[in-house]
Design a protein around this ligand. Structure first.
Ligand code: NAD
Ligand code: DAU
Length: 352
């Protein structure tokens, strides 16, 4: 039985990765290590929490002593590292939290892994889950490939770029077997409503403004989160050491077109006249340093590992809307309390 540590497993993507591994690898034991920040929610995993090959450990990856003790106690064979501060807007108002968790926290995990396996790396692997934002912004044409030079523009993407470099450095310096994947924008069930799609779903349900930054012409490449979890499974089990894999949806949308499609699907679902939700669209002051366009060239993972997205964007959006409609308690729970304060500070200040 392999002991696999997944960090950040109570978050959006992490919870889908935990489920993917717990259900598909009953002979491996999955440890979910998470600090349960505002973005972590154990309710995301209520369907798998009682399974015998799953253990939750509440811990902060920046607590060096605790992390070292846990690695010595459990002697994890592999790490899938997803724990991070993940929201660009929060990184603009509070960059230090991003340096602490994303950079220092990653180095603490690398060091703890090295401390137990240095010189005995056979069968071990550190898998770092990263983002396409490390490549900066594209113009109107071209794609991010695995060899695109890093050019991060936000404190979030700079912290993720830094953590990618540390992972690579541990591979070069200490021989640590590692793999990195850089993925485009995810969406789907359990997405925290600070990000564009779940924020708009929440606001449509509450008849609130849908804030569009700048002119809304910014482009993102969207991938359904369960397809990302499947890609992570493939990279973990079949990817080559010291390699990077780009993961994307082959699915570029301007923010304004995406929000209009979402409004239409929500109106249909809610039995409202088409156009009702669209009338909530409100242009607001742009995000500073806003990257114009992300688009992933995912041919490497496609040709080498046979991965491709399994759902179209419209199918994925309908699944996502249905999940949020069926889980309005989840949405209410995560938008009470601290979220209200965050929302006020983030959006009251930037109305055009
Ligand atoms: P998220 O914010 O939903 O979840 C992050 C999780 O990490 C939460 O459960 C939180 O409690 C935990 N965490 C935060 N700080 C911690 C700490 N100090 N110690 C332990 N746990 C801590 O994030 P997400 O959107 O699920 O992203 C997961 C990973 O995937 C991140 O590394 C992110 O950079 C990367 N990524 C995200 C996307 C996306 O579109 N969301 C795309 C590509 C890559
Ligand atoms: O590309 C991968 C990245 O995608 C991940 O690494 C990040 O963790 C994840 O948060 C996401 O970053 P983005 O900044 O692209 O996602 P977000 O949902 O915050 O914004 C998507 C687009 O929508 C972006 O162009 C900004 C815009 N936007 C966002 C919000 C929250 C708005 O116009 N209005 C909003 O209120």
């Amino acid at each position: 039985m392999k002991k696999i540590l997944i960090t950040g497993g109570a978050g959006f993507i992490g919870s889908h990765v935990v489920r993917q591994f717990v259900l598909n690898y009953p002979n491996d034991h999955i440890y979910n290590l998470d600090a349960l920040t505002y973005a972590g929610n154990l309710a995301n995993l209520s369907d798998v929490e009682a399974l015998p090959n799953y253990t939750f450990v509440k811990a902060d990856i920046t607590d060096e002593t605790l992390i070292n003790n846990l690695f010595e106690k459990y002697r994890f064979d592999a790490v899938l590292h997803l724990a991070a501060e993940s929201h660009v807007d929060r990184s603009i108002s509070d960059p230090f939290s991003f340096v602490k968790t994303n950079v220092l926290g990653t180095v603490i995990l690398l060091q703890a892994f090295k401390n137990i396996w240095m010189g005995n790396w056979e069968g071990k692997r550190f898998y770092h889950i990263s983002t396409d934002e490390v490549y900066g912004s594209l113009g109107e044409t071209g794609f991010f490939t695995e060899t695109t030079p890093y050019a991060p523009n936000s404190p979030y993407s700079a912290s993720k770029a830094s953590s990618d470099h540390f992972v690579r450095a541990y591979g070069e310096t200490y021989g640590m077997p590692y793999v990195i994947s850089n993925c485009s924008n995810n969406y789907g069930p359990n997405h925290f409503p600070e990000k564009l799609i779940p924020l708009c779903i929440h606001n449509i349900l509450n008849n609130q403004a849908l804030p569009i930054y700048g002119d809304g012409k910014f482009i993102r490449d969207w991938l359904y989160v369960i397809d990302h979890a499947k890609a992570i499974d493939l990279v973990f089990h079949q990817g080559k050491n010291s390699e990077t894999y780009n993961i994307g949806g082959f699915n570029e949308w301007t923010n304004i077109d995406l929000v209009k499609l979402l409004c239409q699907l929500m109106d249909q679902k809610l039995g409202k006249t088409i156009g009702t939700s669209e009338s909530l669209i409100t242009y607001v002051t742009d995000r500073p340093g806003h990257d114009l366009r992300y688009a992933i060239d995912a041919r490497k993972i496609n040709t080498e590992l046979g991965w491709k997205p399994s759902v179209t964007f419209e199918q994925g959006l309908v699944k996502t809307i249905n999940w949020f409609m069926d889980n309005q308690n989840w949405l209410e729970n995560v938008t009470s309390g601290a979220y209200q304060q965050y929302y006020k500070e983030q959006y009251n200040l930037i109305k055009k």
